[in-house]
Design a protein around this ligand. Sequence first.
Ligand SMILES: C[S@@+](CC[C@H](N)C(=O)[O-])C[C@H]1O[C@@H](n2cnc3c(N)ncnc32)[C@H](O)[C@@H]1O
Length: 239
Amino acid sequence: MKKLIPLPIRRALLPLVRRVRTVRRTLGPKKTLDAIGIGTGTDKSSRYHDYLNVYEHAFQNLRTQKFQMVEIGVHQGASIRMWEEFFPRASLIGVDISTKCKKYATDRVSIVIGDQSSQEFLDSFGASIDPTIVLDDGSHVWSHQIETFKTLFPILRPGGFYVIEDIHTSFSEPYAKTYGSPGGQTAYDFIANIARGITAHELADPAIDDFDTYARNNIESLVFLKHSVLIQKSLEARG
Ligand SMILES: C[S@@+](CC[C@H](N)C(=O)[O-])C[C@H]1O[C@@H](n2cnc3c(N)ncnc32)[C@H](O)[C@@H]1O
């Protein structure tokens, strides 16, 4: 078989062959994202919220790519370790209000200490990153989920993903007491209004503000799942 391919072509293909071998070696035996998540102990796995099969399907093209992922909410490092294993070439940025999370930094994981309730923090953090995935598993406070999305979704790469987890906290009186504010809009209602505008399209009510227009124009798809919403940005930026 080797002899059928002329030597100069074999030589030209060598870097590509080496690259494929490196990626295969780095990936090792393919574990599912859920199996990795069960191993690291995140509550995203099928043992609790059960988000990971949907995420694995959505993120499969990124698996061997070099890209940046941001997760807000590090806690005990279970999910950031999971992403590090699942995406062997990605750089990961974990954001948390607790300085205790600094210890979860590695050569591919940086930890930024910040408070997502602060617009000043969100603006300066947003200006310093270039993410393909942003996942908000932070405070779950409705207004934080909304303002974080309004600030970080526009800086996502085209075709990138934005996830808001535990959005079921938008429902029920006990959650409203913990995560809401009197008369405040729930994160679910905020996102559902955008979904309504996208789905109705030419029949939609006029956009409520500039961000609503931006979101309608720049969201490719929006998937509600149990306790979470996964939003993909359009491949082409449209103002
Ligand atoms: C649900 S835990 C994250 C769990 C982690 N992603 C996992 O799956 O293993 C939420 C984290 O958000 C952090 N947090 C709470 N309020 C925050 C805020 N205002 N800004 C940034 N992080 C916050 C908490 O300190 C906590 O570590």
